[in-house]
Structures are given as structure tokens and as C-alpha cells.
Write a protein that binds this ligand. Structure first.
Ligand code: HPA
Length: 235
């Protein structure tokens, strides 16, 4: 039986899901990774594919942009489809001088200016954390061709509006990059006692806009992050 936003039958979704923001990127990743990828959902154009990698079942599905969209899909995947682990793959803006465009970030935890997780545990500043075992598996899959950073990221509600904290201050606190989904996904993983991880390619830099990636580069340069995400998904 499907959910309001996913039309797949229960057995058409694998226990491990790789989740880019863009549904068309989900389609490209699915066909890149799996010869047997089959479209299993397309409600509102949010494409999801299931197949196998090295004999292991895997689903690749888009999350949309922002925490409300991503949280909605991961909640249905954990709750209804019994998904055990979700690995977000995406891009982020670099926030630290140590991080360069093209580098990979494994998001161990996600600060946020969203109040989605405040609503889960009123009165608490929720710690939105990745699953250690997934992070360890992702980092172990890194090779010399990529620079991988492991640490905190920031999930923001606004893409364009400047946040309350300066980039320099966030950078001083060790924040590596900014994106828009991880804290929501980590909150849902905690709700259902499941696993989640975020692996990001730095596509632009908030402290140095001269090095930003083109839209084409964003598509081709995410291979390193994808390799780590697949290693975590199938670990
Ligand atoms: N902000 C939020 N999300 C992003 C960014 C950014 O600068 N770059 C890539 N994804």
C-alpha cells in the first residue's frame, strides 16, 4: 500500500535509501549504480528507483529541497516502508577556510535555524546527529583522489536570506558547510530509531565566490561523495 507521497508498494523500497535533493539526479544516480533500476514512485515528480548493487537492494529517491520536503519523505520511508538507513547526497556551500570547492563533507551533526526539531522535543535544543556506523563506513571508503572533511554542518531554511550568525563566527565554531536538509533528516531518524547520514560535495564557497562550481560541474563532481554514500548504504 502506498503513502500520500510515495506510490511504491512496501516491498518495492529497499532497506537502504540514497537520497539526493533533485529527483532527476536520483534518476541519473540510479542508472549509474544499477543495471536493474526500476522506477517505483513518481508522485509529484519525486522519482524513486529500486534495484541492486553487488546483489544488495538499494533505493535512490529524491528528497526535494528544504527540511519540510525532506522530512516528509524520510518520515514515510522510515515509518511506512521500514527503511533502516537513509544517506543524503547533495551539495553545500563551504563555510570554513579549510574547505575547498570540490571537497567532500561528511556531516556528523547539523546545526539548524529551523524549528522543526524544537517541535519534536519542546524546550530542548535537539542535537541532530548522523549515525556513527554510517559515518565510519563512508570515511573508510575515501581514497587519495578526494579530500574528505568530517564534522558539523548547518541546515538553513533560507537559501538567500543572510542568517543571524556570521559566516566567520560559524566557521570559528567549526561549521564546515551549509545546506538545507540534514537536520530534518537526522530528526526523523531519531524519531524512528533508524540511521541517517549526509555526504556533501562543496559546490560553492561562502567565503570565496570566485571558486563556485557551474551547474554542469555540480552534476559531474559529485562522484566522490556518491562513492562514500554507497559504501555507507551497503555497509
Ligand atoms: N546554501 C544552502 N544550500 C546550499 C548552498 C548554500 O550556499 N550551496 C549548495 N547548497
Amino acid at each position: 500500500m502506498p503513502t500520500p507521497h510515495i506510490r511504491a508498494e512496501k516491498d518495492q523500497i529497499a532497506p537502504a535509501v540514497i537520497m539526493p535533493g533533485d529527483p532527476k539526479r536520483a534518476e541519473r544516480i540510479a542508472h549509474l549504480l544499477m543495471d536493474d533500476a526500476e522506477l517505483v514512485t513518481d508522485v509529484r515528480g519525486m522519482l524513486g528507483f529500486t534495484g541492486t548493487v553487488d546483489g544488495k537492494p538499494l533505493t535512490v529517491m529524491g528528497s526535494g529541497m528544504g527540511m519540510p520536503s525532506a522530512t516528509l519523505y524520510v518520515t514515510e520511508l522510515y515509518d511506512h516502508y521500514d527503511v533502516q538507513r537513509i544517506i543524503r547526497v547533495g551539495t553545500c556551500g563551504g563555510m570554513s577556510h579549510d574547505v575547498k570547492v570540490g571537497d567532500v563533507i561528511v556531516g556528523l551533526g547539523a546545526h539548524t535555524d529551523s524549528n522543526m526539531n524544537q517541535q519534536r522535543l519542546p524546550g530542548l535544543n535537539f542535537a541532530a546527529l548522523a549515525s556513527f556506523n554510517l559515518a565510519a563506513a563512508a570515511v573508510a571508503a575515501a581514497d587519495d583522489s578526494m579530500t574528505v572533511h568530517v564534522g558539523p554542518i548547518l541546515s538553513r531554511d533560507h537559501f538567500y536570506l543572510e542568517g543571524a550568525s556570521s559566516i566567520e563566527l560559524l566557521s570559528k565554531y567549526g561549521v564546515l558547510g551549509v545546506e538545507m536538509e540534514a537536520a530534518g533528516i537526522y530528526g526523523a531518524a531519531a524519531e524512528f530509531g533508524r540511521q541517517a547520514l549526509t555526504v556533501l560535495t562543496v559546490s560553492d564557497h561562502l567565503l570565496d565566490h570566485s571558486s563556485d562550481m557551474s551547474a554542469e560541474d555540480r552534476e559531474t563532481k559529485f562522484q566522490g561523495a556518491l562513492k562514500l554514500a554507497v559504501a555507507a548504504a551497503l555497509s
